[in-house]
Write a protein that binds this ligand. Structure first.
Ligand SMILES: [Zn+2]
Length: 195
């Protein structure tokens, strides 16, 4: 596999998502298992969640992330991995990532970097009225069948890799279905702002 350097924005995006995951798991009262398959998604790794996060943070390098048309895969990867591992993120991350997937899959929004701060703003406004709201996460290992190791296996071929990332994100999105009505409210706010 050719080693391609991530552009700064991409690197930043992935780093933001992986930092402090051990602390966040502790805060969420979840014990991380250091060996065997990933306890959350079932990825076929040897060092559990740590190896799963490593594969995710390297970011499937065969895709040329500098091309604008490929930016959507950065968002899909971040959304799919976060929602497959909600125990290592803050709870409002679920709202953000699920709403983004909802906008992408339900409303066919072609996501761009400048949309993310707009969605964050909508979410912040929503939060003030819904302080106690939690999304119902599907149980571990029931958040889509595809995992980081499946994507890694296909990562030598950019086109195949992109296809499987799209399917990965779709499967994860579908597993969170009971929350669609909730995130649709945030999505509506976003669509209002982007008219
Ligand atoms: Zn995993």
């Amino acid at each position: 596999m050719k080693a391609k350097k991530l552009d700064l924005v991409t690197a930043f995006r992935f780093n933001v998502n992986v930092q402090n995951y051990i602390d966040l798991a502790k805060k969420n009262g979840v014990e991380l298992i250091d060996t065997g398959k990933c306890q959350f998604c079932g990825a076929n790794v040897k060092r559990g969640i740590h190896e799963c996060v490593e594969i995710f943070s390297v970011g499937f390098q065969e895709i040329d992330y500098s091309a604008t048309t490929n930016h959507k895969f950065i968002f899909l990867i971040a959304d799919a991995h976060t929602l497959q591992h909600p125990e290592i993120h803050g709870r409002w991350s679920n709202h953000f990532h699920l709403t983004r997937l909802h906008l992408v899959f339900e409303y066919k929004i072609k996501w761009q970097y400048q949309f993310s701060p707009v969605l964050s703003k909508c979410l912040n406004e929503y939060k003030t009225k819904k302080q106690d709201e939690y999304l119902a996460s599907p149980p571990p290992l029931k958040r889509g069948n595809l995992t980081t190791t499946d994507i890694k296996e296909k990562s030598d071929d950019a086109e195949e890799c992109k296809l499987i990332i799209e399917n990965w994100a779709k499967e994860v999105y579908e597993s969170w279905q009971v929350n669609y009505l909730t995130v649709n409210k945030i999505a509506q706010q976003f669509l209002e702002k982007n008219k």
